[in-house]
Design a protein around this ligand. Structure first.
Ligand code: PAF
Length: 300
């Protein structure tokens, strides 16, 4: 089945046929042949920016749309997660996004997991036990398991993931390195609304009041960045103060690779990560920053 000019594949056979067609098409001399952007649908500008970046890296782009049950706990929002394939396809086939050589792979659960829940899964190990992994046990294992399956099914040269899910990006990078997966992983910039709120499919759940309250997350990141010269303790305190009154899951300042907390005397790169709940909606946000930059300049 096709939508406009982009191929929509719902089954493994349809995907395999579409990829064979891509393989047979003449390359256009760009550094990569095929890029994949994995999504759970409910697409927004953040996803579209990933697709636009994929276009610059590859001759062909595959976008996957699959709400992966493995990464939701029984208490989470799997059932109500927004699903609208037609709306997603309309967005993806907009100007400068997917074209005739590109593919959308939108399998049902039975197509992805034909034998039921997989017995053998990928584990994120220590990286899957902290922050998101501590609050959502098994979540990152579920993400890695579906990401590895989708990499096998789509056979890309490059896979793009948004930096908004910073811990997800870190565990995917680690899986690719540790398990020798032949793909380059590219982290793409986080996209925000004009008022600073990081784009997320879950923003759709927020009431107007909650959306206003949610702006505290990006404000807390800005406060953290502003305190970076004063060191880790000041960053943590500034971000925590700004989130006062919200139901906060964590404020963390970590090493970007290991996700270990940085010590108070750390100077150099770090990631400030936040998670908070607005009613039943859980939002995350993060920023990279350089700690003690002023002190380092003085020492230099
Ligand atoms: O980031 C997401 O939307 C999902 O975690 C992903 C990578 C598509 C895996 O289901």
């Amino acid at each position: 089945m096709t939508t406009r000019t982009t191929t929509l594949a719902r089954s493994r056979d349809e995907l395999a046929a579409a990829l064979v067609e891509q393989d047979g098409a003449p390359g256009r001399g760009r550094p990569y042949r095929r890029a994949v952007v994995m999504t759970m649908g409910a697409l927004h500008e953040g996803h579209l920016s990933l697709v636009a970046q994929a276009r610059t890296l590859a001759d062909h782009v595959v976008v996957t749309i699959f709400v992966n049950p493995l990464q939701f706990a029984p208490t989470e929002d799997l059932a109500r997660y927004p699903r609208d394939l037609d709306a997603d396809l309309a967005l993806l086939t907009g100007p400068d996004l997917l074209g005739p050589d590109d593919v959308v792979f939108a399998p049902d659960v039975d197509v992805m997991y034909p034998g039921g829940d997989p017995v053998v899964r990928v584990t994120a190990g220590r990286l899957g036990d902290v922050l998101e992994g501590a609050i959502r046990p098994g979540h990152l294992d579920g993400v890695l398991t579906v990401v590895l399956k989708l990499l096998h099914l789509t056979r890309p040269d490059v896979a793009l993931f948004g930096r908004k899910d910073a811990q997800q990006l870190a565990v995917v990078r680690r899986m690719v390195a540790d398990l020798e997966v032949p793909v380059e992983v590219v982290g793409a910039p986080l996209v925000r609304d004009a008022d600073g709120l990081a784009l997320s499919s879950r923003n759709a759940y927020l009431s107007a009041t909650q959306r206003e309250q949610a702006l505290a997350l990006s404000a807390a990141l800005r406060d953290g960045v502003a305190a970076a010269d004063e060191g880790a303790a000041a960053v943590r305190a500034a971000a925590t103060d700004r989130l006062a009154g919200l139901d906060v899951d964590y404020v963390a300042l970590v090493d970007p690779d290991t996700f270990d907390d940085v010590p108070d005397d750390h100077s150099g790169e770090a990631l400030l990560l936040l998670a908070a709940r607005l009613g039943t909606t859980r939002l995350i946000d993060n920023t990279a920053l350089v700690l003690g930059a002023h002190g380092r300049e003085e020492r230099a």
